[in-house]
Write a protein that binds this ligand. Structure first.
Ligand SMILES: Nc1ncnc2c1ncn2[C@@H]1O[C@H](COP(=O)(O)OP(=O)(O)O)[C@@H](O)[C@H]1O
Ligand SMILES: [Mg+2]
Length: 379
């Protein structure tokens, strides 16, 4: 008899009966719920304990439901329920629930509030299911992405190691010379040349500070750290990145022009990550020009009308090799014997995460110009 009844209810032999539907939903871990907007009563399907970790009978009203929601997510859930009941229409929210055994899991609840003739909702119902796996996969992906960004930063530094060692050797050598001079002024027979000794010590101190600044910049650049977005001046970002990326570049016969744009332009950005993008682009540009007769590097910034700043790195190298033009931004695409091929893909994902665009143009002289944009912030 039951089968016949269900068929009548669902309108045909081939349709699912209500029971089939219930069993199927339970099988795939979907729990159904409904809230009666007039009485405030909540009804939840029997498989509720699989998804929310508590028996269906314990979720009798909105307050009982709120009690299993993670305290940090209660406000957002209550607001979403209230909005659906007041305005009608779709309801969709992800929140954490705390199960009877204390375990926390993520769920997604979706539904619809329907209105009758009056302003109030007459019916509000939907489904809730576990999204722990998806959330964990997303968290894993984010960790991997952060690791890749960090590894690629370390690798950029590794490639620059000898230029950096050279850069550090200069102040260290100078300190040693000033110390020897000082020793000489103090040890000479006759009146002590105290003023000259003082000058030598002051000069040595200046060189020690110069070495300290190089080490500080390096340490900031390679430290891991959570992403940390602050209001940054565009000119400051470009200046810091150039200090690092241009180490040793002058000696390769590269002429450099830096135009940091208007001094007041600011962006909300992770300083180290944007520095990483610029270091990648500047180093690629210098590497591309290694065999070029003319080596001219331009790093420029310009604020555009649509509230974005465009930063460009332009070179006079041979341009992007045709063989990789279509796959340039994919990871592990490289034409260099010892290249990792992740610089451009990491740079592009950093810029996208900041809400900007990243692209390449060829320049009139045959070189390449990489551009990226960042939204500017108003004071
Ligand atoms: N400024 C440039 N001019 C010409 N080719 C470039 C330039 N920048 C990048 N490329 C090409 O793109 C490839 C990928 O660059 P990237 O992702 O930084 O990895 P890698 O530098 O390790 O090869 C390079 O190997 C090179 O062929
Ligand atoms: Mg590179």
């Amino acid at each position: 008899m039951e089968g016949g009844g269900s068929e009548r209810q669902t309108g045909g032999r081939n349709s699912l009966s209500a029971r089939d539907l219930r069993e199927t939903l339970a099988e795939v871990g979907i729990c159904t719920w409904s809230l009666n907007p007039t009485t405030g009563r909540v009804t939840v399907s029997e498989n509720c304990h699989q998804v929310l970790g508590v028996p269906a009978r314990s979720l009798s009203d909105h307050d009982a439901f709120q009690a299993v929601v993670h305290p940090e997510d209660r406000g957002a859930r209550a607001a979403a329920v209230c909005c659906a009941l007041n305005q009608g229409g779709r309801y969709s929210i992800e929140y954490r629930v705390r199960q009877a055994d204390g375990e926390v899991r993520w769920v997604r609840s979706q539904g619809r509030a329907e209105r009758g003739r009056g302003p109030a909702a007459t019916r509000f119902r939907g489904i809730v299911y576990c999204i722990d796996e998806r959330r964990q996969a997303e968290a894993r992906l984010q960790r991997l992405q952060a690791d890749l960004i960090h590894v690629s930063r370390l690798s950029a530094m590794g490639e620059m190691a000898s230029a950096l060692a050279h850069e550090l050797n200069q102040p260290l050598g100078a300190i040693s010379n000033y110390a020897a001079a000082c020793d000489h002024f103090l040890a000479e027979p006759g009146p002590v040349r105290i003023d000259e000794a003082r000058d030598a010590i002051a000069a040595a101190t200046g060189q020690a500070q110069r070495a300290g600044a190089i080490i500080r910049r390096l340490r900031d650049f390679v430290t891991r750290g959570e992403t940390d977005r602050q209001f940054e001046s565009v000119a400051g970002l470009i200046g810091d990145a150039c200090d690092l990326a241009l180490i040793g570049v002058g000696e390769q016969g590269v002429e450099v022009r830096i135009d940091p744009g208007p001094p007041g332009a600011r962006v909300l950005a992770d300083r180290v990550q944007i520095q990483q993008v610029l270091v990648n682009l500047i180093r690629n540009a210098c590497e591309a020009m290694r065999d070029s007769a003319r080596r001219y590097l331009a790093i420029t910034a310009a604020v555009q009308n649509d509230g974005v700043v465009r930063i460009s790195v332009s070179d006079t190298g041979p341009g992007i090799p045709a063989a990789i033009a279509d796959t340039l931004f994919l990871p592990f695409v490289t034409t260099k014997p010892t290249g990792m091929g992740v610089g451009l893909s990491v740079s592009r994902s950093i810029v996208h995460a900041h809400g900007g665009g990243f692209w390449v143009d060829s320049t009139a002289t045959g070189g390449a110009t990489f551009h990226f944009t960042l939204p500017t912030v108003e004071d």
